[in-house]
Design a protein around this ligand. Structure first.
Ligand code: SAH
Ligand code: SF4
Ligand code: F3S
Length: 481
């Protein structure tokens, strides 16, 4: 019977062609019959992966609350426990498989507890097959395209007690108006587009998230306005390649137009993730330079400093293009900070090619870099490339790179000592209740002493000490807003 479930189809996803047409749009509304399903029951969500998943978990929480579920104090006691998963590297998956493996005894003790798995792992053929065969404790599996169908699946499971699986590899549509329980009052993630059509050869995301499709500009601007009206101070615009925003809506230079309109809302801070070097336009740099509420911090993943590796990754740019974009931005926005993502040990990467990555880091001296060892993803082109680099060599490259990255991060941070910067307070720091934590406009984490500063305040902080990954300081209170 389990064989009747439709599995996601990565081959079909690969065959799709970028289409310049608008995605199908619809407006969500929850049927009345589902609104009381969760009365007296609790839920919890464990979220893995990127900001797209964090934002999706807010929607899942919103849907569950609309069904009258309430958040559980302790997630192992929740009546419904949702795993919103990530598939980008193997260790992310292994971690989740380990956790749901541990649920087996819990399920035997409490057969009424419901376990659901969603997110990017639910869009992988091999994983769904494995879950169906080996993890009977997982009651509901739904993919990244079916958040709106989760309430119906859950209600059906409550009624019939049967496993529910919906993981079609569709290209993806856009559903507006789903409820959301935002995790923070002052900062919000705002989706501007979904999916990815870049098909970098190592990456699973284009298969798990469907085709690149943009939300309509007005819906994005309205969401920011509403958030600001409720006291919001910072939004992060989300998309796998925000620079491709609006291509499917036939907009010319869509991303810079969008940034300009978002800046017009007057919200204090606007950030955006992630930029792709291939689609970055001069107009977008101009808007960033001109508008004070667009933060001067750019996450611009480079992945490798070698042209040959970049070509085999299908990144669509060269080392020279990346560097000229970087230099151009530095000269037009002198106080900008840069972060990046780098993969070491891509199949066939030679020592000389790795050295090219190191020399690119020497040139750019990033404020921050997220570094990864290449992880083969089943069904992607790179997974069938010859990979003859020993694991120890990959680990050694990562260590060498990390040391270099930390060195530059520290040098960049040292330039802040003695300066006063504007910090949006996130609340007490994780380690010490009396120390506040927050981020500067250019995205530096600051731990600072303060007497009466609260979460959500934007406050001047004098920097007293630099570390590799954070700054320490003291609030200059009296000038909080
Ligand atoms: N859309 C974003 C990145 C999304 S994934 C972009 O293109 O920049 C986040 C990062 O994970 C990537 O930038 C890449 O550095 C890393 N990554 C993706 N697939 C990977 C893989 N198979 N192995 C190792 N790292 C990977
Ligand atoms: Fe993955 Fe490349 Fe798309 Fe980023 S741009 S999500 S790395 S395929
Ligand atoms: Fe992971 Fe999916 Fe994000 S694979 S990084 S959760 S888009």
């Amino acid at each position: 019977m389990e064989n009747n479930y439709k599995l996601p189809d990565q081959n079909a996803a690969r065959m799709r062609r970028s289409r310049n047409r608008e995605a199908e749009q619809s407006e969500y509304s929850m049927p009345e019959t589902l609104r009381q399903c969760g009365k007296g029951r609790t839920y919890a969500i464990r979220t893995y992966g990127c900001q797209a998943n964090v934002r999706d978990s807010e929607t899942i929480a919103g849907l569950l609350e609309q069904m009258s579920f309430t958040r559980a104090e302790n997630d192992t006691e929740a009546d419904v426990l949702v795993f919103n998963t990530c598939a980008v590297r193997r260790n992310a998956e292994e971690h989740v498989l380990g956790e749901i493996g541990n649920l087996k005894p819990l399920k035997l003790q409490h057969p009424d507890r419901i376990f659901a798995l969603c997110g990017c792992m639910a869009q992988e053929e091999g994983i769904v097959d494995l879950l169906l065969k080996k993890y009977p404790q997982v009651d509901i599996i739904f993919g990244t395209h079916n958040l709106d169908r989760f309430p119906q699946m859950l209600a059906q499971h409550l009624q019939e007690g049967r496993r529910q699986v919906q993981v079609d590899s569709i290209e993806g549509n856009i559903i507006e108006g789903m409820p959301a329980m935002r995790s923070r009052r002052f900062k919000a993630f705002v989706n501007i587009m979904y999916g990815c059509d870049k098909f970098c050869t190592y990456c699973i995301v284009p298969y798990t998230r469907g085709r690149e499709r943009s939300r309509r500009l007005q819906n994005i601007v309205d969401e920011i306005r509403e958030f600001k009206a409720s006291g919001g101070k910072e939004v992060a615009l989300l998309g796998q390649n925000v620079n491709a925003y609006g291509k499917d809506l036939q907009m010319k230079d869509g991303f810079s137009t969008l940034l300009d309109k978002c800046a017009d809302t007057g919200i204090d801070r606007i950030r955006f993730y992630t930029s792709h070097p291939r689609d970055y336009t001069s107009a977008a740099i101009d808007v960033m330079a001109a508008r004070p509420n667009i933060m001067k911090a750019l996450h611009l993943p480079v992945q490798s400093g070698s042209d040959e590796i970049l070509r085999r990754m299908n990144r669509g740019y060269t080392r020279a293009h990346y560097l000229s974009l970087y230099d151009d931005m530095r000269s037009r926005i002198p106080d900008i900070t840069f972060s990046t993502d780098i993969i070491v040990g891509f199949p066939g990467e030679t020592d000389a090619q790795f050295e090219e990555t190191l020399s690119l880091v020497d040139h750019c001296q990033f404020d921050q870099a997220f570094t990864f060892i290449y992880s083969p993803r089943e069904g992607t082109p790179a997974a069938s490339m010859k990979d003859d680099i020993p694991e120890e060599v990959k680990k050694e490259r990562l260590e060498i790179l990390n040391e270099k990255v930390a060195g530059y991060a520290r040098i960049r941070n040292e330039q802040y000592v003695g300066k006063t910067v504007s910090v949006l307070c996130d609340g007490p720091s994780k380690k010490n209740e009396r120390i506040m934590a927050g981020y500067t406009e250019d995205n530096k984490l600051v731990n600072f002493k303060a007497v009466s500063v609260k979460e959500g305040d934007i406050v001047p902080v004098k920097i007293t000490e630099a570390r590799s990954f954070s700054l320490n300081g003291e609030a200059e209170e009296g000038d909080v807003h």
